[in-house]
Write a protein that binds this ligand. Structure first.
Ligand code: FES
Length: 277
């Protein structure tokens, strides 16, 4: 074979090899353009697949590791916490404040109820009220045309005639008679019908209720109207000539028909017995 033929064959081989390389490169370019993954992407995918297929292992947290180690140690002796250092949460604070306020409120309410219900030892309505000397009271009754009002006791005081005492002893209790024996009765201002304040009537010298027309004589015995009994009264305690009204005790008025003094109306009525003003 001549040298020219050998050179021609070598050139042809180089051209063929270059063509093969060129075609291979072009093909790869075509495949990538159709959506194939890059080498880098495929490498990452492979790593992810290997990690997913590997058996699952969990990392033990450092604190749990410490606990596991600590559990093997003997228990430490208990030391009570210092109350000064124990913190109070906001929830605890509000809970305790609510309970404390509720207790204070209930305590105050309870004390108010007890104070309201407790009989007063002295002074003020509900207790014993010093009305003054018997002679002064009788003088005041006369000066006020037969009626003397004691506002602290919410009570009318009137004169009880001595000549009616024998009859009174058949009707009234000893606590009522104590005042009558010194010439006094203490009558509650509250009408026994429905509780209106009963005013005096100077013209008739009776008590005449303006609400529904109940009428009572000067010592509180019922004369007319819808009231179920005479005027209620309080005991009078007399000591050294001084009269004390015990407003802590309310004695129901005498029954309808009681008329120990025989006092009739001494003038025009202030209200009609048929139904008040
Ligand atoms: S309240 Fe006095 S008569 Fe009715």
């Amino acid at each position: 074979m001549s040298a020219g033929a050998i050179i021609g064959i070598a050139i042809a081989a180089i051209v063929v090899l270059a063509a093969v390389l060129f075609l291979t490169a072009v093909r790869r370019q075509d495949v990538r353009g159709a959506g194939a993954l890059s080498r880098e992407t495929r490498r990452r995918d492979k790593a992810a697949t290997r990690a997913a297929e590997a058996p699952e292992t969990k990392e033990v947290p450092a604190t749990l590791g410490a606990l596991v180690k600590a559990s093997s140690l003997p228990p430490a002796p208990f030391t009570p916490p210092d109350p000064e250092l124990v913190a109070v949460t906001r929830r605890q604070f509000f809970n305790r404040a609510n309970v404390a306020l509720m207790n204070v409120g209930l305590g105050g309410f309870g004390l108010a109820v007890i104070a309201f219900l407790w009989p007063k030892a002295g002074g003020g309505f509900g207790g014993k009220i010093n009305a003054g000397k018997v002679d002064d009271i009788l003088a005041n009754i006369e000066a006020n045309s037969g009626f003397f009002y004691v506002p602290e006791a919410r009570t009318w005081m009137t004169h009880y005639p001595k000549e009616a005492l024998r009859k009174a002893e058949t009707v009234y209790s000893e606590s009522e008679l104590a005042g009558m024996r010194v010439g006094l009765v203490a009558l509650s201002q509250k009408c026994p019908h429905l509780g209106c304040r009963v005013p005096d009537c100077k013209s008739s010298q009776w008590f005449e209720c303006q609400c529904h027309g109940s009428q009572y004589n000067r010592v509180g015995e019922k004369k007319a109207g819808p009231a179920p009994r005479g005027m209620d009264r309080h005991p009078i305690e007399v000591s050294n000539g001084v009269a004390v009204i015990n407003t802590g005790i309310n004695i129901n008025g005498p029954a309808i028909g009681t008329n120990t003094t025989g006092q009739e109306a001494e003038g025009p009525h202030c209200v009609s017995a048929a139904g008040g003003h």
